[in-house]
Design a protein around this ligand. Structure first.
Ligand code: FES
Length: 160
């Protein structure tokens, strides 16, 4: 890769983050998708950053045990659904296997906002998480998404 990382770029959230530089043609597919996502979600992302001047955009999970999230049939195989109100992501990595994760990014607390072919994406700073495990596939997130216990019964996904 020809991308280089340089420190200390100021962010809209007040923190300083490493940024990547390089030739435009050197953008990876994943990075290009992330940039497209940022463009498409510019208003919500900016709103999240501008609403908190403490240096950390934050969101909290409001998931409660027994809370019905939605229909299992709405969760696509190989992808997932972000239940923003509950702060939970439900994925179905393989047919019939459901996983639950916190929708709160472990970098600075932004809610993840999209699930692409690459994984669960936090468009605040471009972290990508694995749909099967919640592991970090691309930083700056330092750790995996927290697991959320879910159950699937009678076609409904519920917080365990
Ligand atoms: S909060 Fe920075 S990548 Fe998610």
């Amino acid at each position: 890769m020809t991308d280089e990382t340089t420190p200390a770029a100021s962010c809209c959230c007040g923190a300083e983050h490493a940024t990547r530089t390089g030739t435009p043609g050197a953008l990876s597919r994943r990075r290009a998708i992330g940039l497209g996502a940022v463009a498409g979600l510019a208003v919500p992302v900016l709103a999240a950053c501008s609403s908190d001047d403490s240096g950390s955009a934050s969101a909290e999970s409001t998931a409660e045990s027994g809370q019905v999230l939605g229909k299992a049939s709405d969760v696509p195989v190989g992808s997932g659904v972000i239940y923003s109100d509950a702060g939970v992501v439900v994925t179905q990595p393989t047919k019939g296997q459901y996983e639950g994760f916190s929708a709160i990014c472990t970098h600075q607390g932004c809610p993840v906002s999209q699930i692409s072919a690459d994984g669960i994406v936090c468009t605040c700073h471009g972290s990508v998480f694995d749909v099967s495990t919640g592991d970090v596939l691309e930083g700056p997130a330092p750790s995996p998404l927290d697991s959320v216990d879910i159950t699937v019964k009678d076609g409904e996904v519920t917080i365990a």
